[in-house]
Design a protein around this ligand. Structure first.
Ligand code: NAD
Length: 361
């Protein structure tokens, strides 16, 4: 059956990196039997300019109808003075909430060719391959009550609520255990169960779930230790699962172990495997329109889309091998270039991957 992909280029470098992704998808359609339909729509600042809101109804409708959404990036300093309700980032948050994308998969993979980009010693990071599963639609970022109130003594008090229902923990836990089953079957659940009752429940539910996954080795770690271990001995981790806020912080820490923001994809999935796929970087306004952006994070996001929503694991492998092949050829965009590398622009890098798709398997 033909699957539908909604393409949302967004702002800044978004249109450039998405153009490279569309070329890859077209190649997979024409030469490798990928059966998809693609449609494009506006989101973020581009949608605000055209319709006065970052997530127009027409875009949301198309997103709901699609099997997968491929997003470039949103945001620009141009919109920073806008009311928070219509800022570009609201488009992204709105899509995550409206599509119930509760499971955020953030791989941190170090390509051996780019080991010099990491700030850590090669013997600490070589072979790094971690998947962080972050809960995305609950926890303290969404918990009620929240706000800033005036106390009786006149001073102001800020407050937020960390809250997780058992069902929310269970569904992100399942997503993490399923992910671990597809990898090395090691799952580390990160919490702060010694201080926060909410994450005491988190730990209990993870232990209950582990009975359904006897092959997966479940371990637990407090978040402060997990932060230390990620920079001390990151290769000990295979899959990590954690709450929204802990995952926000730990996934960016893990990303930086690889040293290159332009290489890292992400997936946000609902309970049925529908997903939104996007690079982890932002819209990079400083290099927008200059053919300098690295498109590989976006192309690796397409590979995740092939694997997790389109059930095309072979094509996902082919695309990942094509990215590896262009790195082996010595091609680099400026963000990942070291001395002696052949520096190419966004479009050349994209074309090189399209060509490499023919030669890899
Ligand atoms: P950013 O990720 O856009 O850029 C940080 C630095 O990394 C910049 O120097 C940029 O040039 C570089 N960079 C980022 N992606 C790159 C790529 N593919 N190739 C080469 N270099 C790349 O973060 P920022 O500067 O903090 O934010 C810029 C805008 O993006 C802001 O409006 C912010 O709100 C938005 N933002 C959006 C998302 C998203 O859409 N998911 C995520 C983060 C930030």
């Amino acid at each position: 059956m033909t699957k539908k992909i909604l393409v949302l280029p967004g702002d800044g470098i978004g249109p450039e990196i998405i153009a490279a992704a569309i070329n890859v998808l077209k190649k997979l359609q024409s030469d490798f039997g990928l059966n998809v339909e693609m449609e494009s729509a506006l989101v973020g600042g581009a949608a605000y300019d055209a319709h006065g809101k970052p997530l127009p109804e027409a875009t949301l409708k198309l997103a709901k109808e699609a099997d997968a959404v491929l997003l470039g990036a949103v945001g620009s300093p141009k919109y920073e003075s806008l009311d928070i309700a219509v800022r570009p980032e609201k488009g992204l948050l709105g899509l995550r909430a409206e599509l119930s994308l509760f499971s955020n998969l953030r791989p941190a993979f170090l390509y051996p060719q780019l080991i010099a980009s990491s700030t850590l010693k090669p013997d600490v990071v070589s072979g790094l391959d971690i998947m962080i599963v972050r809960e995305l639609t609950g926890g303290i970022y969404f918990g009620e009550p929240r706000g800033i109130r005036r106390l009786e003594n006149g001073e102001r008090q800020g407050f937020n609520t960390l809250v997780y229902a058992e069902s929310e923990i269970r569904r992100i836990g399942r997503s993490a255990f399923d992910t671990a089953m597809k990898r090395n079957k090691q799952l580390c659940s990160v919490d702060k169960a010694n201080v926060l009752e909410c994450t005491e429940l988190w730990r209990e539910v993870m232990i209950e779930l582990s009975k359904d996954y006897p092959e997966v080795v479940l371990s637990h770690m407090y978040v402060d230790n997990a932060a230390m271990q990620l920079v001390r001995a990151p290769r000990q981790f295979d899959v990590m699962v954690t709450t929204n806020m802990f995952g926000d912080i730990l996934s960016d820490t893990a990303a930086m172990l690889t040293g290159s923001i332009g290489m890292l994809p992400s997936a946000s999935l609902d309970a049925e495997g529908k997903g939104m796929y996007e690079p982890i970087h932002g819209s990079a306004p400083d290099i927008a329109g200059k053919n300098r952006a690295n498109p590989l994070a976006t192309l690796l996001s397409v590979a995740m889309m092939l694997r997790y929503t389109l059930n095309e694991a072979e094509l996902a492998n082919r695309l990942e091998h094509a990215v590896n092949a262009v790195l082996n050829q010595g091609l680099r965009t400026v963000d990942i270039a070291s001395e002696g590398a052949t520096v190419v622009g966004t479009s050349q890098m994209g074309e090189a991957v399209v060509t490499a798709l023919e030669t890899v398997s």
